[in-house]
Ligand binder design. Structure first.
Ligand code: FAD
Length: 460
């Protein structure tokens, strides 16, 4: 491609960049997107999609066991990791092609190269060409943060490598307490690995509702995942045929793989942002206003590179809003309020809105409704597991300001509850809805007894 000029140069063909490029092209803009790795970005290539496929695979283990209580006799199942990974890779390649085709059909030019800003209007490609752009969108996402440079860090894998292991590790230690660590603990455990989760904080899933954290912790341990909180892995040393993970309390764990999932970092380094005068936020990401505009008026940034809410739907929505704003003449601010989200752990978690702790800090009066019960399907299966539902209600307005679910299909359920929360539905309106029986979700409209009612003192 010769040196040229475009209306929009998108750096990164991930969730946000692809959406922004397609919509901008639909408005008639001349759009070029540069991608240094694979079209689709983190979500499609090494995030949400391959992860969910592995989650599905891991859940068959319990399904086979549970089937016995319903009269099925299942021969001892065996599992083939290479078969799963090959199928997963085929599906990811199909999706990558679908994303590429969608971009091409929209008239977007794709360049497989790394792009770096030379100045506020010029982007240099690793293939050598220079492109001038009226607008630049930085959508470069993030990458796993490996943490402090501990001895043996070179033996530690991140989620990137976990998707491509040659064989399923018999024993794995995973350091981290966020959703990626918790999800991979469930995946490896379900597929047959012996899993130890090490987390330096007080409990897993920091930032989630405390009841959710405690419930999931207990459920994961019931299933046989060992969780060690308040400690870190301080060294990883190879032995003859395995690894020894040394913890901060001087205990050791023998494993075949060590994985860290201790956070992600926005991809801002080496992008030439300083040449263009783009400023950073305190969170390490690119600073933007609510229209995703950086400190340079014609340079925008969306998605994980802004390090706000690092989720695919947020990157996609912000990419769309950017294109509407800049090329559709419809200024569309980012709306990051009441974003529903799921953790595909075993059991699953779905949450939206305020936690009890946040509600206590922000509202004058709150009412809490919660219930924990054994899902009906587990009765004949004989599995010792409980689901958990919690509603956080503004005691002054009766509005449901938070919902927290742990149990089967929590991710599916929370998408629907998210609509009600976004519509500012009240608890009375929840209760006016007829229950669907027999389901677990009927608890959402049948919780009558307050578990807690807290009113803040006027002086506070
Ligand atoms: C293991 C894992 C599981 C996840 N699970 C979920 C989930 O279940 N649900 C959910 O909502 N989110 C999930 N996420 C988060 C989600 O993947 C991200 O929030 C989302 O992909 C962010 O989109 P983005 O467009 O900002 O960046 P990305 O999708 O990361 O895309 C950025 C692209 O830019 C490219 N790039 C970077 N620098 C350059 C450059 N200089 N030149 C050219 N190209 C460049 C990268 O190669 C990449 O393709 C998960 C993430 C991980 C890691």
């Amino acid at each position: 491609m010769p040196d040229s000029e475009v209306d929009l140069f998108v750096i990164g063909a991930g969730s946000g960049g692809v959406r922004a490029a397609r919509i901008a092209a639909g408005y008639g803009a001349r759009v070029l997107v540069a991608e240094e790795y694979r079209v689709g970005g983190t979500c499609v290539i090494r995030g949400c999609v391959p992860k969910k496929l592995l989650v599905y695979a891991s859940r068959y283990a319990e399904d086979f066991e549970d089937a016995a209580g319903y009269g099925w006799s299942v021969p001892t199942p065996t599992f083939d990791w290479s078969h799963l990974i090959a199928n997963k890779d085929r599906e990811i390649a199909r999706l990558e092609m679908a994303y590429t085709t969608a971009l091409e059909r929209a008239g977007v030019m794709i360049v497989k190269a790394r792009a770096v800003l030379e100045d506020a209007h010029a982007v240099r490609l690793s293939t050598g060409e220079k492109v001038r752009a009226k607008h630049i969108l930085v959508a470069t996402g993030g990458r796993p943060w490996n943490g402090p440079d501990i001895p043996g860090i070179e033996h530690v894998i991140s989620s990137n490598e976990a998707f491509h292991l040659r064989e399923l590790p018999k024993r794995i230690v995973i350091q981290g307490g966020g959703y990626i660590a918790v999800e991979f603990a469930g995946i490896f455990h379900g597929l047959g690995s012996e899993v130890t989760l090490v987390y330096r904080g007080e409990d897993i899933l920091r930032g989630f509702d405390d009841d959710v954290r405690a419930h999931l912790h207990a459920e994961m341990e019931k299933r046989g995942i060992k969780i060690i909180c308040g400690k870190v892995v301080k060294a990883v040393r190879p032995t003859a045929d395995a690894l020894t993970a040394h913890l901060s309390d001087d205990t050791t764990i023998e494993v075949d793989k060590a994985m860290f999932a201790i956070g992600r970092w926005p991809n801002v380094e080496g992008l030439g942002l300083e040449h263009a005068g783009v400023q950073f936020a305190k969170n390490g990401g690119i600073a933007v206003d609510n229209l995703s505009r950086t400190s340079v008026p014609h340079i925008y940034a969306i998605g994980d590179v802004t390090n706000r809410i690092n989720l695919t739907p947020v990157a996609v929505r912000d990419g769309h809003a950017f294109a509407d704003t800049v090329f559709g003449n419809k200024p569309t601010p980012a709306d990051h309020v009441d974003v529903p989200t799921a953790v595909f752990s075993e059991p699953e978690v779905g949450v939206v809105g305020l936690t009890e702790r946040q509600a206590c800090e922000r509202l004058a009066k709150i009412d809490i409704y919660k219930t924990s019960f054994r899902p009906m399907k587990m009765s004949l299966a004989g599995r010792d597991t409980r689901a958990f539902f919690k509603l956080v209600v503004d005691g002054m307005t009766d509005r449901v300001v938070g919902c927290h679910i742990v149990g089967p299909d929590a991710g599916e359920l929370i998408q629907l509850v998210g609509i009600a929360v976004k519509m500012k539905a009240t608890k009375a309106q929840f209760d006016s809805v007829m229950a669907v029986h027999p389901t677990a979700a009927e608890e959402l409209v049948t919780m009558r007894e307050k578990a807690l009612s807290v009113e803040r003192q006027a002086a506070e």
